[in-house]
Design a protein around this ligand. Structure first.
Ligand code: ZN
Length: 80
C-alpha cells in the first residue's frame, strides 16, 4: 500500500513509502548531506574508516561486565 504524506513531506514519510516530489527531494537532500559528511570525515581523517552506525544489541544480547568490581577481585584473591 502506498503511503501518502498528505501534505507533510519529510524523510520519515519517505521512509514510510511516500514518493511525492517533496518527500523525494527531502530524501535526496538527506543522502547528499550524508555523502558530504562522509567525504568531509575522510578529508579530515584520511587514515581512519568512517564511523559505522551502531549495530544494535540484537546480535549480542548478553552483556558482560568489562571490568571486575573491587569485591570480585578481593574474592578472587581469597581476601574477602
Ligand atoms: Zn510525500
Amino acid at each position: 500500500m502506498k503511503h501518502d504524506c498528505q501534505g507533510n513531506p519529510s524523510l520519515t514519510n519517505y521512509g514510510r513509502g511516500c514518493r511525492c516530489d517533496l518527500c523525494r527531494s527531502a530524501k535526496s537532500l538527506y543522502e547528499q548531506e550524508r555523502r558530504d559528511k562522509a567525504r568531509k570525515y575522510k578529508a579530515e581523517n584520511p587514515d581512519k574508516t568512517p564511523p559505522k552506525k551502531p549495530a544494535g544489541k540484537r546480535d549480542n544480547p548478553v552483556v558482560y561486565a568489562d571490568a571486575f568490581t573491587r569485591g570480585e577481585i578481593l574474592r578472587a584473591r581469597g581476601m574477602a
